[in-house]
Design a protein around this ligand. Structure first.
Ligand code: NI
Length: 139
């Protein structure tokens, strides 16, 4: 089976904190990402799907189609937004990259399935050095 990946980028603000903890404890656990006045990241999102080749096109899937779905379901909702406050699919969740990757998977899965391919991996870079991967295998 062939795997293909589309990269999309977005900028968003967040804050990692638990309201039942004071600022000192939040800083201890979450570091700079607990800044009470928010901060942003330039996220990079890699969505990998897998499937059989369409013999007519030689494609697993037209990447324009995958891009359109990621744009509609994810990027338009998160780009230049505050993840804690403005993103519907992150309401009530801690705005960690792990939770964000899982939520993106769950948002994309029904749309990807409709295209006749399988969602393989959601990889999300929060910084150049830190990224998470989710394969839909539970948490
Ligand atoms: Ni952060």
């Amino acid at each position: 089976m062939v795997h293909i990946t589309r990269r999309e980028r977005f900028n968003a603000a967040h804050r990692l904190f638990r309201s039942e903890w004071d600022d000192e404890k939040n800083l201890e656990i979450f570091g700079k990402c607990s800044n009470p006045n928010w901060h942003g990241h330039n996220y990079e999102l890699f969505v990998t799907v897998k499937g059989k080749l369409n013999p007519e096109t030689g494609f697993v899937l037209n990447l324009k189609e995958l891009s359109r779905i990621i744009q509609t379901k994810i990027i338009q909702k998160v780009d230049h937004k505050n993840i804690n406050i403005e993103v519907d699919f992150m309401q009530g969740k801690l705005a960690s990259s792990e939770n964000l990757a899982i939520a993106i998977w769950e948002e994309l899965l029904p749309e990807i399935v409709k295209l006749g391919v399988q969602l393989h991996c959601v990889k999300l870079f929060e910084t150049e050095n830190n990224f998470v991967e989710y394969y839909g295998d539970g948490y």
